[in-house]
Design a protein. Sequence first.
Length: 285
Amino acid sequence: MPLYAPFDVARRLAQIVAILLLFMPIMPPAEAADASAWDKGSHSAVRLIAGEAQPGGNPTFRVGIEVRLDAGWKTYWRYPGDSGVPPRFAFTRSENVKAVTVKWPAPHRFTDDSGQSIGYKEHVIFPLAVEPKDASRPVTLRLDLDYAVCEKLCIPAEAKAELALPSARTSYKATLATAEARVPQRRSLGEAAAFTVGAVRRDGPARVIVDVIAPDGKSVDLFAEGPTPDWALPLPEPIAGAPDHVRRFAFALDGLPPGAKPEGALLTLTAVAGETSIEVTYRLD
């Protein structure tokens, strides 16, 4: 049996390793550290995507919950309308997280055999603002999401995702900026702007009329929410008789919780015109 010097042994081992590497399968690159793996359901998938931390004494992380839906399927807004289930977000399993603020992109109105619902089709990103407990320590965000996906019938769904939040700039900066731009901007009632809620008034004891000022040629929609989730106000409907540049809507004061009175209730009105949306609060007189 031939004997080899230590140098020859090392060289032959290097040659064997090189040959093995040539025949190893090429593995796909690992998923980027600024996105979690997709949690896939039967008709949807959910993941977390991360942006950079906003500077400051206690920086806030920009994050998004990305939801993809099969063609023809939808999920719901925080107020789902006549039917549906709003998504429920939980972050209690997270590490070094003080608070998470969920931001809701402007929704769409859907009409089908079950009535009118409010939500999203195909794809939506819910922006998050994540505040750490200790800015000097790493932050791990863990999401537990309960939601529903619907075509002709609704199916309950669950998703989990986990992501260690990076402090540096990520590849999702522009994606998150686009999602954040779809969150309605806060406006005061009657604020001087090309797109605003100009006036709200009671029409008798059980009807509310809302005038939305918007540029001509824009398709405008309006959604109304009560002060608590158990208010089930009907969706506002367009009515005629408004002056130029005004879209007039009306809705009945139906769907109030038992014992609730409309007087003094704080309503949230969300108006959507194309890619632009605004949110106004109004206290009923």
